[in-house]
Design a protein around this ligand. Structure first.
Ligand code: MN
Ligand code: MN
Length: 309
């Protein structure tokens, strides 16, 4: 089971210059082959499928626990897309004014046709994420090698999106996820070292550019965030420390497991978009209390209580 917290894993600022094309680029980090949907689902399925786990408990704990963190990463990328899309169209409720006219020239028109200016479970081309991106071989060494590769590929994509999008919200998100993805790269490298004795950490960084070149990532690393593995469970995954211990391969600092998630930041509460996407539609105005009571009687057998009662 997964417990859910209505918090983001880090603070996200509002977008300074909302941009549909920036949002389209950021989608790759959500639903691309190397995006957060892929890391979440790879580690989730590998953990479901891991047989003989009592003999390899620390590896099971590691993969299952990192899966839980990846949910929070999807959430950060999705809110970044939403924040970048907020304010990209004219707010006009009259359809004959063609209020979405500009969207025909945007990189991803589906943000405006198929969704209400929202994050999609899709990549930067608007292609839906697919289970074809999940690798779960049943062989621990092979799965860990895959995960190490997946995290390095994810890091490459994040760096390129950073080089494309300069809005502070995108940079805050990418900076944070470069650090957290870096933790996962080191974790899978350490796991492979435990299994094989091969010093995989000597390959790092991949790609060959350190996180401290990105100011938003450097700020988190200055606080030691790259040496912390969060234990995303009230009581379980206690054997993480068998793998997440010793020195960080890049700076030699001491690795440590922290119990529980970070405090993180507030979840943005964004205004409705008035075209088709306001929750009740542009013509509905106030919610009709008679309609609500009609359904309340059908579902609960009585009217809804109002504040006056
Ligand atoms: Mn991630
Ligand atoms: Mn990761």
């Amino acid at each position: 089971m997964i417990l859910r917290l209505d918090r983001l894993m880090c603070e996200l600022p509002r977008a300074e210059s909302p941009s549909p094309n920036s949002a389209a680029a950021v989608q790759e980090l959500l639903g691309g082959k190397f995006g957060e949907m892929s890391t979440l689902m790879n580690y989730t399925f590998q953990s479901f499928n891991m047989r003989g786990r009592s003999k390899i408990r620390p590896f099971y704990d590691l993969v299952a626990n990192i899966a839980a963190e990846e949910f929070a990463h999807i959430e950060l990328v999705a809110y970044t897309v939403n924040l970048l899309l907020t304010g990209t169209t004219e707010r006009d409720e009259d359809p004959t004014s063609t209020p979405l006219k500009a969207a025909v020239d945007f990189r991803n028109t589906a943000h405006y046709i198929a969704t209400g200016q929202q994050a999609q479970c899709a990549d930067s081309h608007g292609r839906p994420w697919t289970g074809d991106n999940v690798f779960s071989s049943g062989n621990l060494k092979l799965d860990l090698l895959h995960n190490f590769f997946l995290e390095c590929g994810a890091r490459a994509n994040k760096i390129r999106v950073y080089e494309m999008v300069d809005d502070p919200v995108a940079r805050a998100m990418v900076g944070f996820l470069l650090v957290r993805g870096g933790v996962h790269i080191v974790a899978y490298a350490k796991a492979l070292e435990k299994l094989s004795g091969v010093p995989v950490g000597k390959l790092l960084p991949i790609p060959d550019i350190k996180n401290d070149r990105f100011p938003e990532a450097a700020a988190h690393e200055a606080k030691g965030l790259h040496r912390i593995l969060y234990r995303f469970s009230p009581d379980d995954y206690r054997e993480l420390g068998a793998i997440w211990s010793g020195e960080h391969p890049e700076d030699g600092g001491q690795l440590r497991v922290v119990d529980g998630p970070p405090e993180g930041g507030e979840v943005p509460d964004l205004d409705e978009e008035p075209q088709l996407t306001a929750p009740m539609g542009p013509d509905s105005g106030e919610i009709d209390p008679e309609m609500l009571n009609h359904y309340a009687r059908r579902i609960f057998g009585k009217d809804l209580q109002t504040d006056e009662e």
